[in-house]
Design a binder for this molecule. Structure first.
Ligand code: ZN
Length: 238
């Protein structure tokens, strides 16, 4: 079956012009925040945000996942890809990982310019299209196929933007467990948060702050989860 053609920027702009959004946050209608019922484990999602303080790569985290055969969806932002081109190519070729789209400029995804944590959002449907599709092209270059999943910068979006993500053939992806608080949690807090994951949960952590508490916390969480019989699974095929 041929994939559906992707709507053009003009089509998105005309279709969504004048649509008002009511919701603003990380769990807009249509966002995948948990795995479907009957899921056989926990999905780990890892954001690589890029930007002036976010272009690092947590190589210890990637090594840990590979050693323990933990699958993960890696949400890459365009800025991070530009700063880590050879590593991005290597990750694209690793079957343990799936690459997701974490936006072009790391904007929150809004049709009306809302912001989150002081990070400005897109201001209209055309900017929503650009934020998604510029990085979509970068990821397609890296992997040879379009990504299935999109998570905006800050994970904040409104319900109209979530509809646009779906119209562009991607699944807007949130989380049910905030594992590292944007890479701000100390290791002990990461342990507490990640260790409570159970089948069906989607955990978010970050892969671009190697000096933070994320990986030391994850090391201990993986042991705790294994002891409680939990497995890690990939996000469902979209
Ligand atoms: Zn991010």
């Amino acid at each position: 079956m041929q994939p559906q053609p992707v709507p053009t920027r003009d089509k998105i702009t005309s279709t969504y012009a004048g649509r008002k959004a009511n919701y603003w946050g990380t769990e807009a209608p249509g966002v995948l925040t948990r795995l479907p019922p009957g899921a056989a484990g926990v999905a780990l999602t890892i954001d690589f945000c890029g930007g002036s303080s976010g272009n690092s790569a947590d190589l210890a985290l990637l090594t840990l996942l590979r050693q323990q055969h933990v699958p993960a969806t890696l949400f890459l932002n365009s800025r991070w890809i530009a700063a880590n081109q050879s590593l991005a190519k290597e990750l694209a070729g690793d079957p343990l990982f799936e690459l997701g789209n974490h936006g072009t400029s790391h904007a929150a995804l809004s049709v009306s310019g809302k912001s989150a944590y002081g990070i400005p959002g897109t201001r209209n449907p055309g900017e929503v299209f650009d934020e998604i599709m510029t990085n979509d092209a970068r990821l397609t270059e890296l992997t040879g196929q379009r990504a299935h999943y999109f998570r905006p910068g800050t994970a904040h979006l409104d319900e109209v933007s979530a509809e646009i993500v779906r119209a562009l053939g991607l699944v807007p992806t949130g989380f049910s467990i905030n594992g590292d608080g944007g890479a701000t949690f100390p290791a002990a807090t990461v342990v507490n948060e990640v260790s409570r994951a159970r089948s069906g949960d989607i955990v978010i952590i970050h892969g671009n702050h190697p000096s933070g508490g994320t990986t030391p916390g994850l090391v201990r969480s993986l042991g705790a989860l294994r002891d409680s019989g939990q497995k890690f699974v990939a996000l469902p095929s979209a």
